[in-house]
Each structure stands twice: as C-alpha cells, then as structure tokens.
Ligand binder design. Structure first.
Ligand SMILES: NC(=O)c1ccc[n+]([C@@H]2O[C@H](COP(=O)([O-])OP(=O)(O)OC[C@H]3O[C@@H](n4cnc5c(N)ncnc54)[C@H](OP(=O)(O)O)[C@@H]3O)[C@@H](O)[C@H]2O)c1
Length: 278
C-alpha cells in the first residue's frame, strides 16, 4: 500500500518541501506539490512525473487552497499525508515591523496552514484516516528578539496543531507539529529572509541580519535526513504530536523548558494566590 499513499506538500519548489517531493517520487509515492509557481517545481523534476501533480496555489487564498485539495482527490483518488511546509522569516523588532508586514507573515505562516487544514479535513474525515504534519520551528517554542512576528506565527502553529490533534483523533487522523532547528535550505538565502523596511538604528536588527547571512550555508541540519525521518514517521502507528528536529532544536527547547519551569516555581507564591478566599 506504501506506493499508494498520496501526499500534499505546500511550499514545495525549494528547501525542505522540494527535498521531500524528490524523496517521495523516488520511493513511488504520489505527490501533490504546491508552490506560488508550479513551473518552479516541474522544471526540476525529470523522473516519475506521472506521480507528480504540481499546482500553483496561493495558500493565503481559501478558494485557491480548496481548489488545490480537490485535485489530488480527482487525480489519485485519495489524500493521506498533508505537509504544511510553506513559510518565511521576516526580521524586525516589534517597533520596526509594520502592521502590514506582521499581518502578511501571519497570512502565510498561520492562515495558510489553517486554510489547508480546513480544506483537507472533510476528505480526511470521510476517509477515516490521514496525517497532517505542520512545520513550525524552534522559534515556535522560544522567542528571541528581532523576529517577534515569526515567533508569533510559529507559536501559533504549535497551539493550533495541539488543538487539531485532539479534534482529529476521533476521525483516525494523526497530527504532528515539527520544530526544526537550523537546516541547510534556501531559508536564509538573500531574497528568502525578509527584513522590516522601517529600520530603527537603536535596534540591532542589522546585526541579526548579518548573523543570518553568516549562518547561511553553514547550518548543521541536513534537509534530506529531516524529510527521510518525516516519511518514516507516517508509517508509525502512534506518531508524536510534537517532534523536534536536530540536536540544536533538542538542546535549545529543553533548556528553555527548564528555565521556564524554574521561573514558574520562583513566582509560584503569586501564581497560586489569586483564588477567592472561601
Ligand atoms: N531551514 C530552517 O532552518 C528552518 C528552521 C525552522 C523552521 N523552518 C520552516 O521550514 C519550512 C520550510 O522552510 P525551508 O527551510 O525549506 O525554506 P525555503 O528553502 O526558503 O523554502 C520555503 C518554502 O516556503 C514557501 N514560501 C516562502 N515564502 C512564501 C510566501 N511569502 N508565500 C507562500 N509561500 C512561501 C516557498 O514556496 P514556493 O516558493 O514554492 O511558493 C518555499 O518553497 C518553513 O515553514 C520554515 O519556517 C525552517
């Protein structure tokens, strides 16, 4: 049955999305790959094209997404794994970032995912099976400075995934939210990372931008290993709801959890003091 599993992946022209498309096609899966420009996917694929449905989709547009979800059902007869992968980073402190820049980040990084989930759920529920994989980030567990809009979006992805996992379980649908550390994709390329237009010198956003440039090409995470792990995950009878990817992700998130617990304990006397006296 493995080769009959049908996948749908957003943001599939490069990075993790494209690595996943290549691996799936090589292994005989049927793949719907969405991009803002489907030809960016098609021109890179020469083998197993019969199993590829490349679609131009605007994930921020509900109609565009609904139409995209109908197509694998029509062509392949089913839909098994949905990977909400498309996303981007915009750097900028909360004072620097404009409302429009913040909203656009939420449109793509959060509402894009919600649109796909809402369009896919009726089919998955009717089928009584499926696996939705949402790509968040360590930035969805830890807020650093100068990227608050990205953190807000990636934290939201974890929250909505936890809710969805509970809602979808009775219908036999699994949900996993993945939090990668740094992986060597196009994510930090010039042109991929956005920076707030309204820079304020007092913030060190430029320094962070420079740091990202230095990191680009030197990230320790191997995208091919991440996507291979994702494919294996879909064969698990009980996959995790939360999955960290990469040693850096494990270290930073577990340290953050520990520091958070220490802070909760240090201030517990106030926390527990707020009930009615009776
Ligand atoms: N690489 C990392 O270190 C890292 C770490 C943590 C989390 N992540 C997350 O992993 C996911 C994949 O990123 P990646 O590392 O593979 O980066 P990537 O190589 O830059 O690919 C990102 C994909 O997202 C789509 N995308 C980017 N901006 C978009 C926009 N404004 N509207 C719609 N789609 C857009 C693009 O799709 P099209 O061009 O095909 O439309 C692109 O294929 C993202 O959600 C990212 O936040 C990455």
């Amino acid at each position: 049955m493995k080769d009959e599993k049908v996948w749908l992946i957003t943001g599939a022209s490069k990075g993790l999305g494209f690595a996943l498309v290549k691996l799936l096609l090589k292994n005989g899966y049927k793949v719907t790959a969405t991009s803002r420009n489907a030809t960016d996917i098609e021109k890179q694929i020469s083998e197993h094209k019969e199993n590829l449905l490349a679609l131009t989709v605007d994930i921020t547009n509900e109609e565009s997404v609904k139409n995209a979800i109908r197509q694998p059902i029509a062509k392949f007869g089913r839909l098994d794994v949905v990977v909400n992968n498309a996303g981007y980073l915009i750097l900028g402190s909360l004072e620097e970032i404009t409302e429009q820049e913040f909203r656009q980040s939420m449109e793509v990084n959060v509402f894009g995912i919600v649109n796909v989930i809402r369009a896919a759920m009726p089919y998955l529920r009717a089928q009584g099976s499926g696996h939705i994989i949402n790509i968040s980030s360590t930035a969805g567990y830890i807020g650093y400075g100068s990227a608050g809009s990205y953190h807000a979006a990636k934290f939201a992805v974890i929250g909505l995934s936890e809710a969805l996992a509970l809602e979808a379980k009775p219908f036999g649908i699994k949900v996993t939210v993945v939090a990668p550390g740094y992986f060597r994709t196009n994510f930090l390329d010039k042109g991929s990372v956005m920076v707030a237009k309204n820079k304020i010198a007092a913030y060190n956003t430029g320094q962070l931008e420079e740091g990202m440039k230095q990191l680009d090409g030197n990230q320790a995470g191997d995208p091919d290993k991440l996507v291979a792990a994702l494919v294996k995950l879909t064969d698990e009878p009980n996959p995790p709801v939360h999955l960290l990817m990469g040693p850096d992700a494990y270290q930073s998130v577990t340290e953050k959890r520990k520091a958070e617990n220490e802070e909760f304990e240090a201030w517990k006397h106030i926390t527990v003091s707020t009930n009615f006296d009776n």
